[in-house]
Ligand binder design. Structure first.
Ligand code: ZN
Length: 269
């Protein structure tokens, strides 16, 4: 889960953090042009859709396995965009029987990288192991910027008391202009649609709207100049979602769905 920073984390306490988006600002995927709304389209990883050569995709598996042992590093405040500051990184959540989110995120990212690499896509990860510390959230955003990524997908799992299902998170305040914002939305719809169709997870029952949410407090969205979305693959505190996450087959299915969403986005550019 990309945790929201408490108001006390801001060095400018007089300046309120942006509120969570109101329902009147909810994403309206059906009102925007999208190809992925065509449910009859073949899944790209099994179809013949062209994949542009040389595309660089950044996958950002949230958190890291060493974070909990180094609070002095991960609790340092870093810029999170639009005047906000947040901790460098957080430990993430875990299932009720102790399977950690950082391990899930990293394994799904490795699996998605393998699927995409087999299709000729160059995939870069923001961290190279699940035993390190960080990187900080602002550095993760900069990673995609400096590599000029065609798409950036941050992979997370949520920890919520009650409810189940996945949601894709878009920037409440897109930072890089209308063209990048539109591309981010196309990426969001592509990943959402393939994840809904292929992962086994349904849209979230506890947050957002039909598997979409907007947030204004995530550095990974606020500081990214490339088409970027977050996905919360499911709720680790829900027994059925957690069982799916703790099985290798379930992680492969989630990875395939994310990869297919990215491939659909790349093919439609
Ligand atoms: Zn997370």
């Amino acid at each position: 889960m990309p945790s929201a920073s408490p108001p006390s984390a801001s060095p400018t306490p007089g300046r309120p953090l942006p509120a969570r988006p109101s329902p009147t600002r909810r994403p309206t995927p059906s009102a925007r042009p999208t190809r992925s709304a065509t449910r009859s389209a073949p899944a790209p990883s099994r179809g013949t859709a062209a994949v542009p050569g040389g595309a660089v995709v950044v996958l950002d598996p949230g958190h890291n396995g060493g974070n909990a042992s180094h609070p002095e590093i991960i609790n340092q405040l870093v810029p999170a965009g639009f005047g906000q500051y947040k901790p460098c990184n957080t430990t993430g959540t875990a299932s009720l029987d102790g399977y950690p989110e950082h391990a899930y995120n990293f394994d799904v990212a490795l699996r998605a990288r393998a699927i995409l690499a087999a299709r000729g896509v160059t995939v870069l990860l923001t961290r190279g192991s699940d035993t390190g510390v960080g990187p900080c959230v602002n550095d993760r955003a900069a990673f995609g910027n400096t590599r000029r990524a065609a798409a950036v997908v941050a992979i997370h799992a949520d920890g919520h008391d009650g409810g189940h299902g996945f949601h894709v998170i878009e920037a409440a305040q897109p930072p890089a202009g209308v063209a990048v914002a539109a591309a981010s939305h196309r990426l969001a719809v592509a990943v959402h649609d393939r994840f809904r169709a292929e992962s086994g997870f349904g849209p979230s029952t506890y947050i957002g709207w039909n598997g979409y949410d907007l947030r204004g407090d995530l550095a990974g969205l606020n500081l990214s100049l490339r088409p970027t979305v977050f996905i919360e693959c499911g709720n680790m505190r829900d027994a059925a979602d957690a069982a799916r996450m703790e099985s290798a087959a379930g992680r492969q299915r989630a990875a395939l769905a994310i990869a297919d969403g990215i491939l659909a986005y790349l093919a439609a550019r």
